[in-house]
Design a protein around this ligand. Structure first.
Ligand SMILES: [Zn+2]
Length: 118
């Protein structure tokens, strides 16, 4: 069956959905879609558009974030940075507590010494 101009237009617009998706959308065989794509010099290589950065990428979007690899890694980096900030805050707090304890022990020691002298 001959391809209509509407079908060819669809193929042009959706080639990067992949041969199978175009075939099922048009009710054509995968083989037929591949033949037409070849005829019109269209690549059926799968590509996805990332909803976060808007880039078209050749690797599937993350199933967790729905974003491209780079956006997903950026999000992961932000989370790690947040963990680092929390850990550093914990360390600073512990240092503060230790310094205070040290100060109190010294004060206690000095006070005892004074008592013995008198
Ligand atoms: Zn992205």
């Amino acid at each position: 069956m001959k391809w209509t101009t509407r079908e060819i237009k669809y193929l042009e617009d959706h080639a990067d959905d992949g041969a199978e998706a175009v075939a099922s959308a048009l009710g054509r065989s995968v083989q037929s879609v591949k033949a037409q794509a070849k005829r019109y010099g269209l690549s059926l290589r799968r590509a996805w558009q990332c909803p976060k950065c808007g880039m078209r990428v050749q690797t599937p979007l993350s199933s967790k974030t729905g974003w491209c690899v780079s956006c997903t890694r950026e999000l992961r980096n932000e989370r790690i940075a947040e963990e680092v900030r929390e850990l550093q805050e914990e360390v600073r707090r512990e240092e503060r507590v230790n310094r205070e304890r040290q100060r109190l022990y010294s004060a206690k020691h000095r006070a005892r010494k004074k008592l013995k002298k008198s």
